[in-house]
Write a protein that binds this ligand. Structure first.
Ligand code: BES
Ligand code: ZN
Length: 637
């Protein structure tokens, strides 16, 4: 396994090399101007995690023509890119590539003939990959790159038949966000650039390929064709290939999955059409045609990924009681917040994830009522407060992240999600729900299919809402939320009656007034269980752990969220009766949200760490490359 070294480029070097110096630092005033372009409409380059010269030459379309080769674990073929010159233009096109072998490159100019092109592939940086510079002269508008991916590509997981549920066929799935599209194809791998795409795929007999695009039927040559007519950033490029079956929910929503879980998943996600309707009612029509879900193998390292037209989903959501479907609401909400209006660099990740968490929670409230929405807010806030309290670099708790952030992984903490959500809840509260809803709807419309910065949002908020209601909030309040660390005092504190009842039961049990078996849990939802487990105090006795376990069979529970919350407490409390089931959990669940923190908690004691290293050595081969890297880092500390 590759253990990645920290970034080789310092922040200053990146600033000089890549020109990522213009964005405001945490100490600067809120800028007045729209910042993706300056006053003269010159495009400013903000994203330091790309080599692309997108301020000079922009890719507008990608056409992939690929063999999916399971024997060698590679994608192999061509990527043909259309581009246009912008700003001052350039006779070089700069792309991102990581672990790609480039065979040859040709360009096409006005003469309409392909001619070999000169190019250089720079040295590989552990995070950025390699800079691919192609000579395009003055007139070329297309470049064709023959390449193959590496079996170690971080964005692709190749599963053997034994690692699938069906056991007969291999499986491949991708994860491009945030920096891994460049391990799948040479692209301008920045959310600042949007492109349309088409693809032709050849796969072994018996396997179905899917992409984040319109699906064409298999043609007479056995090739599959895909078309994504809406422009998307590279991080939404996605592919899955396997023995995948489909079941419809309605005429434009359905579920893809391996057969073993198809019926259960279709039932679990049967309310997706209601979520779509709720979203559309609030923020305007769904603009992507179909909306399907694909339930991936358990090694998928996320809860969900918002690939357009086809959200990728972890099987751990299929709990049997629809209690974890907020993740589907979340991925669907990205069809507005993120896929339609994208953060133009990862310092502004809250524009994607915070908006989406806010929209997700509004949809949950609309469909299931205030009680469930407030419980979900309260659970999220507990997580955020814990993370802020434990933050080693306070700047990483700002919504606008610092220019010297070392890796995009730092952008996806609870800060982007939950602080972002609570900021929008604050704005909703100050401007009034009706006004704020109309504003958000117009924001999605105004910036549809564009990439924006925090400063673009601030300007739009000022022009469209704040200018009309100047007394609703002060500039200082706004600035504190966006550019300062921690959680502002103006954050809401969600009050859940249901959670108060849970707390009362917990208190009575802790004070020995009732036994564990007498705790009234009969009607508890997953949310109430999570609150109960997350708020258990430190220092429970072994007997108390055993009582709870005996009364509620917590060890080995099939609800992954509950299992995670219980195992975290058990590890902290040294309750080893979980060990066998925790090992099974590590061997069967690859979702990062759970396993990173569980490994991290184990690593806090020498014995725990030794055990974790041993379990990881057995589980590693089944984990996604992203999870392998993250856990190696956690256990190397
Ligand atoms: N876009 C994210 C997943 C992601 C983040 C992938 C960063 C790669 C880098 C997705 O929308 C997400 O937020 N998933 C959450 C869902 C949850 C917050 C409801 C997850 O995976 O847990
Ligand atoms: Zn998200």
């Amino acid at each position: 396994m590759r253990i990645l070294k920290p970034a080789l480029l310092s922040a200053t070097a990146l600033c000089l090399v890549l020109g990522a110096c213009n964005a405001p630092s945490s100490k600067t005033e809120i800028p007045a101007a729209v910042s993706t372009t300056d006053a003269t409409q010159k495009i400013i380059k903000h994203d330091k995690f790309t080599y692309a010269n997108y301020d000079q030459v922009r890719v507008t379309h990608l056409d992939l023509n690929l063999d999916v080769n399971f024997d060698e674990k590679v994608l192999e073929g061509t990527a043909t890119l259309d581009f246009k010159r912008v700003g001052a233009g350039s006779n070089e096109l700069v792309l991102d590539a990581r672990d790609l072998s480039i065979k040859d490159i040709a360009v096409k100019d006005a003469s309409d003939e392909w001619k070999p092109a000169k190019y250089t592939l720079g040295e590989a940086d552990a995070i950025m990959g390699s800079k691919l510079t192609i000579e395009i002269g003055d007139t070329a508008t297309k470049v064709r790159i023959a390449y193959r991916t590496s079996p170690e590509a971080e964005g692709l997981q190749w599963l053997s038949p034994a690692q699938t549920a069906g056991k007969k066929h291999p499986y491949l799935f991708s994860q491009a966000q945030a920096l891994n599209a460049r391990t799948m194809a040479p692209v301008q791998d920045t959310p600042a650039v949007r492109m349309t795409y088409t693809a032709t795929l050849r796969v072994p007999d018996g396997l179905l390929p899917l992409m984040s695009a319109e699906q064409g039927a298999k043609d007479e040559n056995g090739e599959y064709h895909f078309n994504m007519p809406q422009p998307i950033p590279s991080y939404l490029l996605a592919i899955a290939v396997g023995d995948i079956k489909f079941k419809a929910i309605n005429d434009h929503i359905g579920v893809y999955a391996e057969q073993y879980i198809l019926d259960a998943a279709t039932e679990e996600f049967s309310e997706t059409p209601l979520m779509e309707a709720s979203n559309a009612k609030l923020y305007g029509p769904y603009r992507w045609g179909r909306y399907d879900l694909i339930v991936l193998p358990p090694s998928f390292p996320y809860g969900g990924m918002e690939n357009p037209r086809l959200s990728f989903i972890t099987p751990t959501l299929v709990a049997g009681d629809k209690s974890l479907t907020n993740v589907v609401a979340h991925e669907l909400a990205h069809s507005w917040s993120g896929n339609l209006v994208t953060n133009s660099n990862w310092r502004d990740a809250w524009l994607n994830e915070g908006f989406t968490s806010y929209v997700e929670n509004r949809v949950i409230e609309d469909l299931y009522g205030k009680d469930r929405a407030v419980m979900e807010q309260a659970l999220s806030l507990e997580d955020l407060k814990r993370d802020i309290a434990g933050a080693t670099r306070p700047e990483l708790t700002q919504l606008k992240l610092p220019a010297d952030m070392a890796h995009t992984d730092e952008a996806f903490s609870n800060v982007a999600y939950v602080k972002g959500q609570f900021f929008l809840m604050f704005l909703e509260d100050r401007f009034g729900r009706d006004n704020f809803d109309a504003f958000l709807k117009s924001y999605f419309d105004h910036f549809a299919f564009q990439s924006v910065t925090t400063e673009d949002f601030i300007k739009y908020l000022h022009d469209e809402l704040h200018a009309q209601q100047p007394d609703a909030l002060t500039k200082a309040e706004l600035k504190e939320w966006i550019y300062q660390p921690g959680l502002p005092k103006t954050a809401a504190s969600p009050q859940s009656d249901a959670f108060e009842k849970v707390a009362a039961q917990q208190t009575a049990w802790l004070a020995n007034k009732i036994s564990a078996a007498e705790i009234k849990t009969g009607e508890w939802s997953t949310h109430e269980w999570l609150h109960f487990l997350n708020t258990l105090p430190d220092g429970l006795s072994q007997d108390q752990f055993a009582q709870l376990d005996k009364a509620f069979s917590l060890t080995g529970t099939q609800n992954a969220e509950k299992a995670f919350a219980w195992y975290m407490q058990a590890i902290k409390g040294g309750y080893h009766a979980i060990d066998a089931d925790l090992e099974t959990f590590f061997m069967t669940v690859g979702r990062g949200k759970f396993i990173y923190r569980l490994y991290g908690e184990l690593a806090k004691t020498p014995e725990g760490k030794a055990w974790a290293i041993d379990v990881f050595s057995k589980a590693k081969a089944g984990y996604h490359p992203i999870a392998q890297r993250r856990i190696s880092d956690i256990l190397a500390k």
